[in-house]
Design a binder for this molecule. Structure first.
Ligand code: TRP
Length: 443
């Protein structure tokens, strides 16, 4: 069975805080370790530009968020991890979707509507100060999701409408141009509580009540000691219900420790002692990651390399897919006009064989060779690097027929290198003919 694809985008507009960690990073990394899913995590830096027009802040946030996810244990070898702006096929798909997206639907998007409502309430022009990026945000987000055929998108409630819009655009496109897109569903995890911030409201940048995930210990302690509590004195019983301190404790402690703290609240633990205990459980979990984070932040070159490698991998999906979509909408090679001839007197150009590159659930990279009718001829071996597959395909397209050999016992070889296997009923001559079509097309 095909693995479920789960995809998450993280807007690069801020510094990760404890709420992001407990609510998104930690559960996502746990989920990425399950064997029946394929996970996609990306830095949504194009989305950041809608809100942040400070270049240094976008760059800094990209570094911090990438370092946070890696420090928290994300393994770029087992998941897809990339930066949105490294994938030019995403803005390209955004345009294809823009041209099927209903403008009326976008008018009703919550974030845009809220901005308009505020302008109207303030007696301003409805669109005053609103950039078109905010309006188009759901289309870019749909491109992120549909590009990778994601089945599930874990999101907070505020993002559910965006997933519904992605479904709508995908369905419209499929209706007009044929089935190309998987319709995604939102996955709202009710068990992942949103954490309260310093003032007891939801921890959020917009309330300025956050505790940065990787604050140095002294700052972490200071912030934890500034969490708002009531005025009950030590010895007075305290309520866990509605206590920000208790909720934060629970998010970082074991179940047993949380029970212990519940009892301590009933027994009248002093707020200072409770805060000290909270600091200890948070620091216990964060400290090992903090060292890793610091060393990553100090080596931006390495993070850059991880992201670029991630983009190369991601493009093994996006490049062939956008080619398929361009074909579907009619952005086509004119030499493939029905009834056209390539040169005066030449016969109609043959349809091309094709290579399909993909990454399978074992994490390895593969290709298939299909003939012009779409019949599979060759199944490759798995490779650990997407680049190796790209290089092999490039060689195969360059007239290497005399170096191809097939042995019933061991498979298809290029020179001394084992490529993979021929499919049933396929002859070596079929492969050679298919490959010749590339050389002809290039001549
Ligand atoms: N809009 C999301 C947020 O603000 C970030 C995001 C961008 C995203 N593209 C995505 C999330 C695709 C999920 C899927 O949190």
């Amino acid at each position: 069975m095909k693995k479920q694809r789960i995809l998450t985008g993280i807007t690069t507009s801020g510094t990760p805080h404890l709420g992001n960690y407990a609510g998104a990073i930690r559960p996502a990394i746990e989920a990425s370790r399950l064997s029946d899913v394929e996970s996609f995590y990306f830095l949504a830096d194009y989305h950041a530009l809608v809100k942040v027009q400070d270049p240094a802040r976008v760059q800094r946030s990209t570094l911090e968020i990438a370092a946070s996810w890696l420090a928290a244990g994300l393994d770029p070898n087992t998941v897809w991890f990339y930066r949105q702006s490294d994938i030019p096929e995403i803005p390209e798909l955004t345009w294809l979707l823009t041209c099927v997206a209903g403008k009326g639907l976008l008018n009703r998007a919550h974030a845009y509507k809220a901005a308009v409502d505020k302008n109207v309430a303030d007696g301003e022009d409805p669109d005053a100060g609103i950039n078109a990026g905010l309006f188009m945000y759901p289309v870019l987000m749909a491109a992120d999701i549909l590009m990778f055929g994601a089945n599930k998108v874990p999101v907070g409630r505020d993002q559910v409408q965006h997933i519904e819009m992605a479904r709508d655009f995908a369905a419209r496109f499929n209706h007009i141009y044929g089935e190309h897109f998987v319709l995604p569903t939102a996955a709202i995890d009710e068990s992942v509580a949103t954490l309260p911030g310093l003032d007891g409201r939801k921890m959020s940048k917009s309330y300025d009540n956050t505790i940065p995930l990787f604050a140095p210990p002294a700052e972490l302690k200071k912030l934890i000691f500034s969490i708002v509590t009531d005025s009950r004195a030590p010895g007075e019983a305290k309520a866990t219900e509605g206590s920000a301190l208790f909720q934060l404790y629970q998010a970082f402690a074991s179940a047993q420790e949380a029970e212990g703290m519940r009892a301590a609240f009933a027994d009248g633990i002093g707020w200072g002692d409770a805060k000290q205990a909270l600091f200890e459980v948070v620091d216990r979990q964060v400290a090992p990651m903090r060292d890793k984070y610091q060393s990553l932040i100090d080596q931006p070159i390495e993070i850059e390399a991880v992201l670029r490698e991630g983009a190369i991998k991601a493009r093994t999906i996006t490049a062939p897919f956008i080619a398929e979509l361009r074909q579907a909408v009619g952005l086509r090679d004119l030499s493939e006009m029905p009834g056209s001839s390539r040169r005066a007197g030449a016969q109609q150009s043959p349809r091309l064989a094709s290579f399909k590159q993909y990454r399978d659930s074992d994490g390895k990279f593969y290709f298939k060779l299909l003939d012009a009718e779409g019949r599979q001829l060759v199944q490759s071996l798995g490779h650990t690097s997407a680049r190796d597959v790209g290089v092999l395909i490039a060689r195969l397209k360059h007239g290497v027929a005399e170096e191809l050999r097939h042995e019933a016992s061991s498979g298809l070889h290029l020179g001394s290198e084992l490529l993979g296997a021929l499919m049933d009923d396929v002859e070596l001559s079929d492969v050679i003919e298919a490959l010749a079509s590339f050389a002809e097309a290039a001549s």
